[in-house]
Design a protein around this ligand. Structure first.
Ligand SMILES: [Zn+2]
Length: 493
């Protein structure tokens, strides 16, 4: 009685009638819309002759047997160990198991440009339609078992999606639902609420915390006072806040107590010429990144500040790769999931970027990109927590799930080893979410959230693309079937 009273009192004091549903819900009974995608039902499963990359950065275990006991990982047995009785055997010869990816910048919407033409021109307003059908399937099919939405356009839709996935009615990863973008006047998407004061920022955070979101994200046009008020309110609800910033610099955000910064070092504006307090300069951070060479005094000071204050940084290389002329084209498997309009829009924009090859602007993009890679490596070497996510927006060439794989490939191009890149994409995300005891690595007792690929991503990171099965809570989903179910749909719904 007394404890009930205290709990009720605490809930009222926090202004939170319905606290957020946890990111990891208990394993549900799967419904008729999910079962068609299940290849291996939950049970006692032994996958033999399997290579296991555990996600901690440790060397792969060769010729292992992975035991799955219902929703949990039972054990990883060494080569030659006998399989206990009662297990259904699957042969994993030639295959590798990895922990499910923890995608930390994984939107559930598509960036629509109305009436885009061959010159890349489009009309206002930019409308951001929800991909509530296709995105969760694309993520899960490509190995993402937990993800943060990192900015919501329709927060009620995303909360409903989480509820339906957690109930076993819809297929998709575990969701950390981020509240609506905390953004002032000048918002990029017309669907955004425009925050007008610190009190408005506080109330917005309090309201969405009560509605059950798991995290918050500040956006480009927010004042220091508004950001400070939002962070304080989020922390009062024990929720973390990240930012894709511009008007507020990285050091200013650190001083206000932010938990995480999005987009590596691309959007820090502290050295942009003419930067006005609380205003987003049109240069958007590129001059800062061009000046901030890895190892320079400015870089060393910023990285020390981030590490000292335990501020995580999210690497979103795929969306920036798209602005470098002559970058890798989309693979056929990716083209296959786009609507005809999304293909057309992507090809127009890609063409435009390629037409800039050899210009000073292109050289600048390439230099900024290289500086960011060096800064991300320096941040990790200094003990910083680097997270990974694709940010499926930009020119439409970054697609849910495929983009998560691309992020790890680009981390390897940046100079990380494949095992380091895999840890950044799995264990580091779990650590940030406070869930490292349950997900993020393959170890006995943890959630059976993992995926199986053909080949060996420890030797060739590109093998991460060859997904066969994705286990979530011990249920094995067939990647191929999920991808087939969204053919030609991404960009529509
Ligand atoms: Zn984003």
């Amino acid at each position: 009685m007394r404890s009930t009273f205290i709990a009720a009192f605490v809930a009222i004091a926090l202004g939170s009638a319905a606290p957020a549903a946890p990111v990891l819900a208990p394993p549900p009974q799967l419904g008729s819309d999910v079962l068609p995608y299940v290849h291996v039902p939950a049970g006692r499963i032994a996958i033999t002759h399997l290579r296991v990359i555990d996600g901690t950065g440790a060397a792969p275990i060769e010729d292992a047997t992975l035991l799955i006991d219902g929703a949990s990982i039972g054990a990883v047995l060494a080569a030659g160990a006998a399989v206990p009785p009662g297990y259904t055997l699957l042969d994993g010869t030639g295959e590798t198991a990895l922990p499910g990816l923890v995608g930390m910048h994984n939107h559930l919407f598509y960036l629509q440009r109305p009436n885009i033409d061959a010159a890349g021109r489009s009309e206002q307003p930019i409308i951001v339609p929800q991909m509530t059908f296709s995105a969760p399937r694309l993520y899960l099919a490509n190995g993402v078992t937990t993800m943060r939405t990192t900015g919501s356009v329709e927060p009620y839709t995303d909360l409903s999606l989480k509820r339906e996935i957690d109930a076993g009615h819809l297929v998709g990863p575990h969701l950390d639902v981020t509240g609506p973008y905390l953004e002032g006047p000048g918002a990029f998407f017309i669907q955004n609420h425009q925050i007008t004061s610190p009190e408005d920022a506080r109330q917005t955070v309090a309201y969405w915390a009560a509605q059950g979101v798991n995290s918050f994200k500040a956006y480009m046009n927010i004042t220091r006072a508004e950001l400070g008020a939002a962070i304080k309110e989020a922390h009062r609800h024990h929720l973390k806040l990240t930012g894709h910033l511009c008007s507020v610099t990285y050091p200013e955000a650190v001083a206000l107590g932010i938990d995480n910064l999005e987009h590596g070092f691309f959007v820090n504006t502290q050295l942009d010429p003419g930067k006005q307090p609380d205003k987003c300069p049109t240069s958007g951070g590129t001059p800062t990144l061009l000046k901030m060479k890895p190892g320079s005094p400015e870089a060393n000071a910023l990285i020390k500040l981030l590490v000292d204050h335990h501020v995580a940084v999210t690497s979103t290389l795929p969306v920036f790769e798209q602005s470098v002329p002559l970058h890798s084209p989309l693979q056929a498997r990716q083209m296959d999931v786009l609507t005809p309009q999304a293909k057309e829009s992507y090809l127009y924009l890609r063409n435009l970027t390629n037409s800039r090859a050899g210009t000073p602007r292109a050289a600048q993009s390439a230099e900024a990109y290289r500086n960011d890679l060096g800064l991300e490596r320096q941040f990790v070497a200094a003990g910083g927590l680097l997270l990974a996510g694709p940010d499926p927006t930009g020119n439409g060439g970054v697609i849910p799930g495929f983009g998560d794989q691309r992020e790890l490939e680009l981390l390897v191009e940046a100079g990380f080893t494949p095992l380091e890149a895999i840890r950044i994409g799995t264990m580091n995300g779990a650590t940030y979410l406070g869930l490292a005891d349950r997900i993020g690595s393959i170890a006995a007792g943890k959630n059976a959230d993992l995926f199986i690929v053909n080949g060996n991503p420890a030797a060739k990171i590109g093998d991460i693309e060859n997904v066969v099965l994705v286990f979530k809570d011990g249920v094995g989903f067939e990647s191929r079937k999920l991808l087939d179910s969204v053919k030609g749909r991404y960009g529509q719904y």
